[in-house]
Design a protein. Structure first.
Length: 152
């Protein structure tokens, strides 16, 4: 898979494909967490309508998605998901870089995210990318790890 990344804003016609990609990407975590992860419960139609969802396609097939939410003083990277068929080639890392670029373009000096504490492989990835844990807590019935990265 080429890593020539050109994300575009999602449209309402992408909603079903986004939901399918997210379900495929997060299904392996259900057993470990004991329930569906938060991104599987998201209303992607509302996020698309708000202009918060970006998608990446390869040869007409959606390979990854990002949900970015501007907040007071920081950009929230609410979700990054890569289709199972596109995993392992650096697309997730490239999407993270795109998210950080969008945060900078929007005037933010920080980007934050959270993940389930049982998604230990994601925690390691985020740490390698420069994210620092700020705290842990329960939210929506899920034990989450909150992380932030200062953008230079």
């Amino acid at each position: 898979m080429s890593l020539d990344l050109k994300p575009r804003l999602a449209t309402s016609s992408d909603k079903l494909t986004i939901a399918t990609l997210v379900n495929e990407a997060y299904t392996p975590y259900i057993e470990r967490i004991g329930r569906k992860p938060g991104p599987m419960l998201e209303d992607y139609g509302a996020q698309i309508d708000a202009g918060r969802v970006y998608v990446v396609e390869k040869e007409g097939v959606m390979s990854g998605i990002l949900v970015l939410i501007p907040e007071e003083g920081t950009m929230l990277l609410d979700n990054v998901a890569v289709a199972p068929a596109a995993q392992g080639v650096g697309l997730g890392k490239r999407l993270m870089g795109f998210a950080e670029g969008k945060a900078r373009e929007s005037g933010f000096e920080r980007i934050r995210l959270y993940t389930n504490e049982k998604m230990v492989e994601n925690l390691r990835i985020y740490e390698r990318l420069g994210y620092v844990e700020t705290h842990r807590g329960w939210e929506n019935g899920l034990r989450r790890v909150y992380m932030v990265k200062v953008l230079h």
